[in-house]
Design a protein around this ligand. Structure first.
Ligand code: ZN
Length: 330
């Protein structure tokens, strides 16, 4: 059996797939065997997805004669931590979490609360009844998704991990780096000798990573991209989704420019809309005119994050009108 590929000596990619609604959704988990080897990212928590990872780990441990004994989520998004406790149980692994991840992943309720829509840039908070209905709707949606995608809290024991820690594997030493932006508690693993970064969701080869309130930060993300671009001898980024990034400096440079361009675009659109301004919702519809509502609610995250950033900076102001935020020049 395979189910995994060796991306560089001692660095194995396990591909895990679940169904997001009807669409297959693939995650890359990286196994770094060693005396005290590790798995970077835990993926989904469905029974099948976990069983697939356990099979791959057993196979590659047999092949390498080394062990994979620790599992580290890169950040607090469901597709990165949900498999952790089940893997710990079935493969006798230790879950490693940073202090910042703990309050976000220990229960389903705290995970939901950590991403609750309180910070929507499109509409002000409604009355108590309407908000309660929305919250119930969100909860039902979450439960439905959880069935097919396997969203699971990290409920079992864990041992702490910190930025700056160094982890020894057969592929050499990996340093834990902070990589906030996409998610505030994002970490990455850097192997300076090999020039390889396990970048989580920060740099993807073919798509721009998701950004959105309340846990994304545009400024932190730009800084993270700059930090990545300046890593000495960086030659390969292995991302949590999609193919490897083989031109990391070019790709991060492109992403830095892309974010700046998008920021300028939104600022211009608000400015040119005149004194009445425009609603966040009309901006979203202008960017994604034909997208299905559910997909659009995810795609629009960067527009919301950008509006909230411009608001904080004082570049735009907003007024509530008919249940929507209307943005205009201050
Ligand atoms: Zn993510």
């Amino acid at each position: 059996m395979a189910g995994y590929d060796e991306m560089a000596p001692g660095v194995f990619r396990i591909r895990q797939q679940v169904r997001k609604g009807w669409v297959p959704f693939t995650m890359n988990l990286y196994a770094l065997p060693g005396k005290d080897g590790l798995l970077f990212d835990a993926g989904s928590g469905t029974r099948g997805a976990v069983a697939h990872v356990v099979r791959c780990l057993l196979d590659l441990e047999g092949r390498t004669g080394s062990r994979v004994q620790q599992v580290l989520p890169s950040h607090a998004h469901w597709d990165h931590f949900s498999g952790a406790s089940a893997l710990a149980e079935r493969h006798r692994m230790t879950v490693r979490l940073t202090e910042a991840m703990v309050p976000l992943v220990r229960t389903r309720a705290c995970y939901r609360a950590a991403y609750r829509e309180g910070a929507s840039a499109l509409r002000p908070r409604a009355g108590a009844v309407k908000e309660a209905l929305r919250s119930l709707g969100g909860r039902l949606m979450d439960e439905a998704f959880s069935l097919s995608m396997g969203i699971r809290a990290v409920t079992g024991p864990f041992s702490p991990l910190a930025v700056g820690d160094r982890l020894e594997t057969d592929a050499g030493t990996w340093e834990v780096l902070a990589g906030p932006g996409h998610c505030d508690v994002h970490i990455m693993l850097w192997n300076e000798k090999a020039g390889i970064l396990l970048g989580g969701d920060n740099v993807l080869a073919d798509i721009t990573t998701w950004l959105g309130p309340p846990r994304s930060d545009l400024v932190a993300y730009q800084k993270t991209l700059e930090t990545i671009r300046e890593l000495p001898g960086l030659r390969l980024i292995l991302p949590a989704h999609g193919r490897p990034v083989t031109d990391p400096v070019k790709r991060t440079t492109h992403l830095i420019a892309h974010r700046k361009k998008r920021l300028a675009e939104i600022r211009d659109k608000v400015e040119t809309a005149g004194p009445k301004g425009l609603t966040g919702r009309s901006l979203v519809r202008a960017y994604y005119p034909r997208m299905a509502p559910l997909k659009r609610s995810i795609a629009q995250g960067w527009i919301e994050a950008t509006l909230l950033y411009l608001l904080r900076e004082g570049d735009v102001a907003r007024t509530a009108e008919k249940g929507l935020w209307r943005y205009h020049t201050p």
